[in-house]
Design a binder for this molecule. Structure first.
Ligand SMILES: [Zn+2]
Length: 255
């Protein structure tokens, strides 16, 4: 597997932000970019929201990039991100080959980390690409990459096994939710992964998983026990059956 961090320019960031126009995650856009007026955005009728957001983001990012400084910093960061990845690539391949019980040196040779101005960092399964916020450090960028690579590998193996519809790999489907849960146990079991992920100590999956209880037991603990005692395909089957059995209880605890 290989991953390259690139800078696709400000237009890409605007499109990336636009993916979240209707999502509560927009709050982080308002946080990082106070120029985008939350009160005004909220009050706008739906048909005007898109235009306002696109115009504001385009303006703001063009201004930021015109000064040149920020983009120069991003290009410097790309060098650091890519060096840091190369430094740990073999270790990551070894860990994931073991976790997913396949030779990962032969697959995912074209992963791309797009460095963007979008603080919400989406991933795209169809292109094995993901976004990294430009203010991140090389360690942070690697942490993001590890999280996303778990998704790419997870669904690579999952698809081969279940041969189901990829639509269900996306939010709000249960298969998507399960794929977000498993990031923690997979990372937790292997210090080759957790030690190079700066997000690990401070939660490497969604916050609400860490307080979630199912049948009065912490959900992540149950999944960790399953993951460490089963092979990967058994874990996919039994872990997902557990999510299906408790779907109501799980979804009731999502804020
Ligand atoms: Zn994720």
């Amino acid at each position: 597997m290989d991953c390259k961090f690139v800078y696709p320019g400000p237009e890409y960031s605007v499109n990336s932000i636009m993916l979240f126009e209707n999502h509560t995650w927009m709050d982080s856009i308002f946080h990082f970019y106070p120029q985008v007026d939350k009160a005004k955005f909220t009050l706008l009728p739906t048909y005007d929201k898109k235009g306002y957001l696109r115009d504001m983001c385009t303006d703001m990012l063009q201004k930021l990039c015109r000064e040149g400084e920020v983009e120069r910093e991003i290009f410097d960061k790309l060098i650091k991100y890519n060096e840091h990845w190369q430094l740990h690539k073999n270790q990551i391949e070894d860990a994931f080959s073991e976790a997913f019980q396949l030779n990962t040196t032969k697959i995912l040779s074209n992963m791309v980390g797009n460095v963007t101005f979008n603080p919400i960092c989406p991933r795209f399964l169809s292109t094995n690409s993901f976004d990294v916020f430009y203010l991140n450090s090389e360690r942070g960028a690697l942490g993001i990459a590890l999280h996303e690579i778990i998704h790419f590998l997870w669904f690579y193996v999952w698809k081969k096994h279940f041969n189901d519809s990829e639509e269900e790999y996306e939010t709000p489907h249960l298969k998507w939710l399960f794929s977000e849960m498993v990031v923690d146990p997979i990372m937790r079991k292997d210090p080759r992964l957790s030690s190079i992920n700066p997000y690990f100590e401070d939660r490497c999956a969604y916050d609400y998983f860490y307080t979630m209880k199912v049948d009065e037991k912490p959900m992540l603990e149950t999944l960790y026990q399953m993951y460490t005692s089963l092979d990967i395909l058994e874990f996919m089957e039994q872990g997902f059956a557990y999510c299906q059995r408790h779907e109501g209880e799980i979804k009731a605890q999502i804020p």
